[in-house]
Design a protein around this ligand. Structure first.
Ligand code: SF4
Length: 343
């Protein structure tokens, strides 16, 4: 039996029962695909269910307030996904009258959708013959066919997409794509796959050449950036000063506290000087956190001050305890809330 047939047969017997596998609604498939980017199924599942319940159609999502969308996404990380989802929902609802585009090129024009997601929606919702090549697919193909071209190079990406296109079951592209992704997620896993019980073991190049743990191959390692954040905790009559982040970064439109970023760790007297704090105001010893993201390590200090004359900007507001839960915060700020009783 060939590679594609074996994979589909394995999938039909072993696939997980997941809600987005019971629908052809492109809106729901799109939601699931965006949620599952960089996210494990177990973590993404409750978010998918909440989104579908709160925003059952693209019009509901389009009409939602941005803070509500961000709050619903809170905890999933990579917040640009939520911003793009909301932006594209508004576009589909208004400009396309709610009709999701049904061809690959048009789907790819939506904000936040690349080749992978466009291929997934085109094949799962519309049964169109486009491959999907995610991390799982890279791993299965590189191991089974012994492909050593780095997956993070343009050459590698083209080679893997060509291979996946050749293997695609043209009558059942959606099923084939689901099958190979599921096989990578469940069977040909990154660490210690159970090759002895693998239905593809007889043709697997990596198994034959003892290169399973070395594949897929990557050329570069991620560069990790170290950053130092100094948050200012400022209270006024039972409220705390919060700012909406406007910087064009991963946390755009989430909320945190006024913050001073420094090149290195700063001391009590340095931060007092930077804040232009009048000696009559006090700053308490900070609460410190080390927060690790995929490309950054953040050393955060939360400095509490009674400086009520702090100069606010228009994206800052004093919020009470009851108002706080309506807004979305990065995980780092949630960690601070978890450890510190601020009201
Ligand atoms: S034999 Fe091992 S490495 Fe090869 S496809 Fe199966 S699980 Fe993956």
């Amino acid at each position: 039996m060939n590679f594609s047939k074996t994979i589909i047969r394995w999938y039909n017997k072993n696939k997980r029962d997941l809600p987005w596998r019971h629908t052809k609604d492109p809106y729901k498939i799109w939601l699931s695909e965006i949620i599952l980017q960089q996210t494990r199924v177990q973590q993404g599942l409750p978010y998918y269910e909440t989104f579908v319940k709160k925003f059952p159609t693209v019009h509901h999502l389009a009409k939602a307030n941005e803070d509500v969308v961000m709050k619903t996404w809170q905890g999933l990380g990579y917040y640009s996904r939520a911003r793009n989802l909301h932006y594209s929902a508004k576009f589909i609802s208004k400009n396309l009258k709610g009709k999701f585009p049904n061809n690959f090129e048009e789907i790819k024009k939506l904000k936040g959708i690349g080749d992978y997601t466009a291929g997934a929606i085109a094949s799962f919702a519309f049964n169109k013959p486009y491959p999907v090549v995610d991390g799982n697919v890279f791993r299965v193909l590189s191991r089974y066919f012994g492909i050593k071209t780095p997956i993070d190079s343009a050459k590698g990406k083209n080679e893997f997409v060509e291979k996946a296109t050749l293997l695609l079951d043209k009558k059942n592209p959606g099923t084939f794509n689901q099958a190979i992704m599921e096989f990578g997620a469940m069977k040909c896993v990154p660490q210690n796959p159970d090759c002895g019980k693998c239905p593809l073991k007889n043709g697997c190049e990596a198994l034959a050449n003892d290169t399973v743990s070395a594949l897929p191959f990557k050329s570069k390692k991620n560069k990790i950036r170290t950053r130092y954040f100094n948050y200012l905790i400022i209270r006024r009559i039972g409220k705390i000063l919060i700012r909406k982040r406007t910087e064009n970064d991963i946390w755009k439109n989430l909320h945190d506290f006024p913050m001073i970023e420094t090149k290195k760790n700063v001391s009590y007297s340095q931060i007092k000087k930077m804040m232009g704090i009048n000696p009559k105001y006090i700053i308490l010893n900070p609460k410190s956190f080390k927060h690790i993201l995929s490309h950054q390590i953040i050393f955060a200090k939360f400095w509490e001050t009674n400086n009520i004359n702090y100069k606010t900007t228009k994206n800052m507001v004093y919020l009470s305890k009851n108002q706080l839960h309506k807004f979305a915060f990065p995980r780092l700020i949630e960690r601070f809330f978890d450890e510190k009783t601020i009201f």
